[in-house]
Design a protein around this ligand. Structure first.
Ligand code: CA
Length: 210
């Protein structure tokens, strides 16, 4: 039985030309809306994310935790400034396989790398700093992985942390308390909706102050 990830990617390949990232994202959104729910960042929160990606410096570095089928990897990849790169970390082997195919089909393999493994183990092995971090894996890991990035020197002053799914449904309270009260971040909640639904969700965008 193909996984939901593989079925979604097969649908994307059938409905979007190789290298046409915009059409690929539309096809993923179509699949998530009309076929099976996909936990993608989606078309409503997506432009907020790409707007921040586009503001990063030339040659900048973006880190993504939780790649699922590669939707946000190609969304971020498509908006990277010249010379900038994306490193994605994904623990689920099926997701890694599909995310890598998605990146390759999008023509972004030179800028986007997906690493398979446990974020808690991989973060200490990475070289810093990252200009932008997209948090979209297990909500229980947001806080511990962010603190690990701080202590391992992966953040610099003004590194931006974009945390998806922090609205009332998922409500990662410990994470929100930390970025809002630790004094290490300038932080702001942006109200939105859970992808492909009308239920409230939000993203927290936090700028590291050191
Ligand atoms: Ca998400």
């Amino acid at each position: 039985m193909p996984t939901i990830h593989q079925k979604a990617l097969d649908f994307v390949k059938a409905n979007a030309e190789q290298g046409d990232i915009k059409a690929m994202l539309v096809a993923f959104d179509d699949y998530g809306t009309n076929h099976e729910f996909l936990m993608n960042v989606g078309p409503e929160k997506g432009p907020l994310l790409t707007g921040i990606v586009a503001q990063q410096p030339e040659g900048g570095r973006v880190l993504e935790l939780g790649c699922f089928c590669g939707y946000s990897s190609i969304l971020i990849g498509s908006a990277l400034p010249p010379g900038a790169t994306l490193t994605g970390i994904e623990i689920d082997a099926d997701s890694v396989a599909v995310a890598r195919q998605t990146v390759e089909y999008a023509g972004l393999s030179d800028r986007v790398e997906i690493i398979e493994g446990d974020s808690g183990k991989i973060i200490p092995t990475l070289r810093g700093p990252f200009d932008l971090v997209f948090l979209d894996h297990w909500k229980d890991l947001y806080k511990s992985d962010l603190m690990s990035m701080e202590s391992n020197g992966l953040l610099r002053k003004d590194s931006t942390i974009f945390a998806d799914n922090v609205g009332p449904f998922f409500n990662p309270e410990e994470y929100l308390d930390y970025v809002r009260t630790s004094g290490h971040y300038d932080t702001e909640y942006h109200k939105s909706h859970i992808e492909y639904t009308d239920r409230e969700d939000g993203v927290e965008i936090s700028v590291y102050q050191g």
